[in-house]
Every structure is written in C-alpha cells, then in structure tokens.
Design a protein around this ligand. Structure first.
Ligand SMILES: [Cu+2]
Length: 103
C-alpha cells in the first residue's frame, strides 16, 4: 500500500513539472512572434501554393502561414527566437520557388 502511494506521488510530481515547462515555453514564444510578407515567384497553381505552405510549415517555430496565389504572397507568422527569416526563404527555395522580396 505504501509503495502505491509513493508511486502516485512520483507520477503526480512529474506531471506537474511538465505542465509548468509547457506554459513557460508558450509565454516566451508569444513574446517573439514576428510577421513577414514574402513575395514569391514561380507559383502558377494551387499545387504550388500547397507546396510553399508545406515547405514553410515544416520549419520549427512557424505559427501561421497564409499563401495567396492571386498576388503571389506568403504571409508568415513565426517565432523569431527560434527561426530566422533566411530559414523561411531557404525553405521556399528548396521547394523550387523564388523569394523576390520580404518585408
Ligand atoms: Cu503549380
């Protein structure tokens, strides 16, 4: 009986510890969110849009991606403490598209 109680206590402590850590990470992430609008060259159809979106989304630190075919832009919200703008540009290039400008 004593052993079971000890086990429960240990599990409880672990659960508590991980929950605390999660909140901390989220708070840091929110403070560093940056939004950038990229002008992308080479997109011709919805598949291109999906490809660019997927490429950017696969990066760590991406909060949101909105790619629009009509004006060839990708609006990206990312965590600047995890990710650099150059990393996003690189991800787009890797998919076979060109980044004309970023602002
Ligand atoms: Cu296409």
């Amino acid at each position: 009986m004593k052993k079971v109680l000890f086990l429960l206590l240990t599990v409880g402590l672990f659960a508590c510890g991980s929950a605390e850590k999660k909140t901390e990470t989220k708070a840091t992430a929110q403070a560093e969110i940056t939004e950038v609008s990229l002008s992308i060259g080479g997109m011709t159809c919805e598949h291109c849009v999906m490809s660019v979106e997927k490429g950017i989304n696969s990066l760590e630190g991406i909060e949101a991606v909105k790619v629009t075919l009509a004006d060839s832009t990708a609006v990206v919200k990312y965590n600047a403490s995890v990710l650099q703008l150059d990393d996003i540009k690189e991800a787009v290039k890797k998919r076979g598209y060109e980044v004309k400008s970023a602002e």
